[in-house]
Design a protein around this ligand. Structure first.
Ligand SMILES: [Zn+2]
Length: 101
């Protein structure tokens, strides 16, 4: 994974590797993301996310995430960029047989 230095506003503390390991252990290595329907992602977590982006590195502000959820969360924090890439789910309108020529 490429390190996106330009979008990273916070600087990680020196003991970050230890904090990171503690978060992954606390969350049992399971992604803590909750989908809009209330289900827990539950995939194996490999990354640690700041729940509120910034310099708060306390365990309460950290959660284990899988790579996919972390990427998705980072994208949504970008705001407008995420809105532009939203997938359209519209289906083509069915034509009523009586209206066909
Ligand atoms: Zn996940």
């Amino acid at each position: 994974m490429a390190w996106q230095g330009s979008t990273r506003r916070s600087r990680l503390p020196k003991d970050w590797p230890r904090i990171r390991a503690r978060v992954l252990r606390r969350d049992k290595g399971v992604c803590q993301a909750v989908f809009s329907d209330g289900r827990l992602c539950g995939q194996p977590a490999t990354q640690v996310d700041h729940i509120v982006p910034g310099d708060d590195h306390r365990l309460a502000n950290l959660q284990a995430l899988c790579a996919w959820c972390h990427a998705r969360k980072s994208a949504s924090e970008g705001g407008a960029a995420a809105a532009r890439t939203r997938v359209r789910t519209d289906r083509p309108k069915p034509t009523h047989p009586a209206l066909e020529d």
